[in-house]
Design a protein around this ligand. Structure first.
Ligand SMILES: [Zn+2]
Length: 335
C-alpha cells in the first residue's frame, strides 16, 4: 500500500498535507465515470472540508498520518500512519488479480465513493483500465423498509434456523430476486419460498429412483438444463433459472432429472437432489395455524406482553406443540 501511494505521488496524483497523503481527483481524467457524476457533484457530496490544505474538497486520503493515540500505527515515508479507506482494495486486487481483471463486485452503496476512488487510484497507477465489468448488488429491505438494529428487524441466518427455517429455503428465497433489484424480506415471503422450495426438492429428489427417460423426455431434460445455464449466463438471472428448474421438475419423472439437478447444483447450491429430512420440527410440517400462533406469541414477547404470550403458549400446548424461546427467536417442538 505504501509503494502504491508513493508511485501515485511520483506520477503527480498524490500530494501531502499535514494530516496525510491525498489523491488529487482533479488530476485524474474521468473521475466520477462509474456513477456518472462530475467534479461539481463530487463537491456537493463531499463532507464539510476539515482539512483546508486539500486541493479539492472531494480529494480523498491515500494515507493518514496517525495521532499518537491512534490504534493503527505503521512506519511509512510520511511518519507513523495508516492506509486510507480505499487503497487496500486497489492494492489487494493488484496483488492477487493483476493489473487487469474482469469482474469487480460490491453493494450499490459502494458506487459513488468507494469504487469511484478505487478506479481513480488503480487507473492512475496503471495508466489503463483495470476492471472490465462492475457488478453491484442491490439492498435487502425488511418489510419494505430499512433493516436496522434500532428498529429491531435485523435477522441473521442463525435466527431463521432457530425459528425453524432451512438456510437453503432462505437461499431459494434470495435467488428469487435478481441481484439488481431490491430484495424485500418478509416472513410471508420466506414462508412462501420455503413451501415452494420443499415442493421442488421433493419432486426432484424423488427422481433418484425413477426409471430412465425415453428419448423425447431425455432431450427435454437436456433442453431445460441448458435453459438454466443460459439464464445464469444472462446477467445472473437466477429467478429465471429457478423457473426453468420448475419446468424441468414438471417433466415426466426420470433419473435424468435427478442427474441434471446434481450437476446444476454446482451453480445453484440448493441441494434439490437431497431427500427432505423427515423431521417433525421441520417448519414445513408445522400446520399454518400453529405457525401463526407461534408468530403472534413471538411478537407479544417482543412487546413484553407476558400475559398474551402465556395465553398463546397454552394454546400451542393444547395443539401439541412446545415452544422453546431463545435470545433471538424460538423453536417449535412437537410433543
Ligand atoms: Zn473495496
Amino acid at each position: 500500500m505504501i509503494a502504491f501511494v508513493e508511485t501515485l505521488c511520483e506520477k503527480g496524483y498524490g500530494y501531502e498535507t499535514d494530516d496525510g497523503i491525498y489523491f488529487d481527483i482533479s488530476a485524474f481524467d474521468g473521475y466520477g465515470k462509474l456513477s456518472r457524476c462530475n467534479l461539481d457533484d463530487a463537491l456537493a457530496g463531499a463532507r464539510v472540508a476539515v482539512n483546508t490544505q486539500k486541493r479539492h474538497p472531494a480529494d480523498f486520503a491515500l494515507w493518514k498520518k496517525a495521532e499518537k493515540n491512534h490504534i493503527m500505527q505503521w512506519q511509512s515515508p510520511w511518519g507513523m500512519g495508516y492506509p486510507g479507506w480505499h487503497i487496500e482494495c486497489s492494492t489487494m486486487s493488484k496483488k492477487f488479480l493483476g493489473d487487469r481483471f474482469d469482474i469487480h463486485t460490491g453493494g450499490v452503496d459502494h458506487i459513488p465513493i468507494h469504487h469511484e476512488n478505487e478506479i481513480a487510484q488503480s487507473e492512475a497507477l496503471e495508466g489503463h483500465k483495470v476492471v472490465n465489468v462492475w457488478m453491484h448488488g442491490e439492498f435487502m429491505l425488511v418489510d419494505g423498509g430499512k433493516m436496522s438494529k434500532s428498529l429491531g428487524n435485523v435477522y441473521t441466518v442463525d435466527d431463521l434456523i432457530a425459528r425453524g427455517y432451512s438456510p437453503l429455503a432462505f437461499r431459494y428465497f434470495c435467488l428469487n430476486t435478481h441481484y439488481r433489484n431490491k430484495l424485500n424480506f418478509t416472513f410471508d415471503g420466506l414462508n412462501g419460498a420455503a413451501t415452494a422450495y420443499n415442493r421442488l426438492r421433493g419432486i426432484i429428489s424423488a427422481c433418484s429412483t425413477a426409471p430412465k427417460a425415453d428419448d423425447d423426455t431425455q432431450s427435454r431434460v437436456e433442453k431445460q438444463k441448458a435453459a438454466v445455464v443460459d439464464a445464469v449466463y444472462d446477467d445472473l438471472n437466477f429467478p429465471l433459472a429457478l423457473g426453468e428448474m420448475w419446468t424441468m421438475a414438471k417433466l415426466p419423472a426420470c433419473r435424468e432429472i435427478y442427474d441434471a439437478a446434481v450437476e446444476l447444483d454446482k451453480i445453484l447450491g440448493l441441494e434439490l437432489y437431497e431427500p427432505l429430512p423427515a423431521d417433525d420440527n421441520d417448519r414445513s410440517t408445522v400446520p399454518d395455524d400453529v405457525k401463526a400462533i407461534a408468530e403472534k406469541r413471538f411478537v407479544a414477547r417482543q412487546n413484553k406482553d407476558w400475559a398474551t404470550s402465556d395465553a398463546l403458549r397454552a394454546e400451542l400446548d393444547a395443539l401439541g406443540y412446545t415452544v422453546l424461546d431463545s435470545k433471538t427467536g424460538y423453536e417449535l417442538k412437537k410433543k
